[in-house]
Design a protein. Structure first.
Length: 448
């Protein structure tokens, strides 16, 4: 888009028209920064950025605190996107966000979105629409709030090969597990604290059941491995089953339980390459960089062939941090509108298969109470052997049983094995008459 002269007089530069879809916490922060930094942004872009409308779901709500003329608010989002140069989508959800974004692209507007669920579910459709229209589609804020991840993966590491991404990409779950570890809280207590602090919604399902993290993992895997990965292809486990006992078991191994998103490029002995994307709570050694990520912060650890190990750390949510990522994309789109160029499109040339978790090599920590009798330990070891799972370490301690019966607690850490074999081993142990109770079953990542 070339620089135009305004009808208001010679020498006046026509502003770029910016439309917002949604005005919640992030949208309000974006508006305020667009207004308070207007001169800076105009200098960086070469043209002013003018808010021409803000689409909201309901009329009549007092929005005087946003700081813009009330006449800018509208419930007619469809008309608004048709008259903008840049559309910022902060509504969330699948519809009507998808329809509005597609309409904006078709009308020639660049789109900046923070909508992780939509990008994970239907990113290819949006990328294709942006390609056909020859306009930008940016979504840095969809993955980890203020932390720059999309642009480094797409641009900074474009000449490298990413092997693995391990990250904490949901602040709510990290806060809950951190409180369980550092303050000794149980799950329900820690979740209530997260809600009181605004880290968790009244309905925290998307966070604690890892839907949010799975969507982000799908985006990261797609970018890192040049392969389309949808949220439905990401193995997902929430954190609701993590107990104080799990946390104590982790501490005894000098580990901490973290909510991990893992995206991995896997090559087998024959040279066949595939991709795995998964989210679940896992034990991490306290020496690992991710173990020191506390409260509601996010961090992502990237392992690449040439760059080696990289770590990105910062606030993964909140109005101002997320607005920072959104506005970074807005400035990039605005510069392209003034000087030419566009964002990199979708890269799917590798088209690698996405493995189910059953086929992925993982490690388990298993704590179980057994009868303290001769031959029991050998029998337990035989169960692992029957399923092709080797043991890295076994610790045993005596615990009291019912009616004076002596029992032993066994803590087993396995070597890496197919997850299917490990799951089958756990099922067999649960059915073994010598096993009184499975105390804890949790995966181990990062080495011990």
């Amino acid at each position: 888009m070339s620089t135009e002269q305004s009808e208001d007089g010679p020498g006046r530069v026509e502003p770029l028209r910016v439309a917002l879809l949604g005005c919640g916490v992030v949208g309000t922060a974006v508006v305020r920064r667009l207004l308070s930094h207007a001169d800076d942004y105009a200098s960086r872009v070469g043209r002013p950025l003018q808010i021409v409308g803000i689409a909201v779901r309901t009329e009549g709500v007092d929005r005087s605190d946003v700081g813009v003329d009330v006449d800018l608010f509208t419930t007619d989002a469809a008309s608004l996107v048709a008259r903008a140069d840049i559309v910022i989508e902060l509504m969330g959800g699948i519809e009507p966000a998808r329809t509005l974004i597609l309409s904006a692209l078709e009308h020639g507007a660049a789109v900046v979105t923070a909508n992780k669920a939509l990008m994970a579910e239907d990113g290819p459709t949006l990328h294709e629409a942006a390609r056909r229209a020859g306009v930008d589609l940016f979504y840095e804020a969809a993955v980890a709030g203020a932390i720059p991840l999309v642009r480094p993966l797409v641009e900074s590491l474009a000449g490298d090969k990413v092997h693995r991404i391990t990250g904490i990409v949901n602040g709510t779950t990290n806060y809950v597990l951190d409180q369980m570890d550092r303050a000794g809280a149980d799950f329900d207590e820690a979740l209530k604290q997260a809600q009181a602090l605004g880290y968790a919604e009244a309905d925290p399902t998307a966070d604690i059941e890892s839907h949010d993290a799975a969507a982000k993992a799908a985006i990261l895997a797609s970018l890192a491995f040049h392969t389309r990965v949808s949220a439905s292809q990401v193995h997902r486990e929430g954190i609701t089953a993590v107990t104080r006992e799990d946390v104590r078991e982790a501490r005894e191994l000098d580990c901490v339980i973290k909510p991990l998103a893992i995206c991995e490029r896997i090559e087998d002995a024959s040279g066949a390459v595939a991709v795995s994307a998964r989210v679940y709570p896992a034990m991490v050694p306290r020496t690992h960089p991710l173990a020191s990520v506390h409260d509601a912060f996010n961090a992502v650890f990237i392992e690449a062939a040439a760059a080696g190990e990289l770590m990105f750390y910062g606030q993964g949510a909140g109005g101002d941090p997320t607005a920072s990522a959104v506005l970074g994309d807005v400035i990039a789109a605005a510069r392209h509108a003034v000087t030419g160029g566009r964002s990199p499109g979708e890269s799917t040339y590798a088209d690698l298969p996405v493995l189910p978790l059953d086929s992925v090599q993982t490690r388990y920590h298993i704590s179980l109470d057994v009868a303290d009798l001769p031959g029991v330990l050998a029998g337990i070891a035989a169960v692992f052997s029957e399923h092709g799972v080797s043991l890295e370490s076994v610790r045993q301690r005596l615990v009291s049983g019912g009616e004076g019966e002596q029992r032993a607690n066994l803590v087993v850490v396995t070597h890496r094995a197919p997850d299917a074999a490990l799951s089958a081993t756990v099922e067999a142990l649960a059915a073994d008459p010598a096993v009184h109770r499975l105390r804890s079953v949790i995966r181990v990542e990062g080495g011990l």
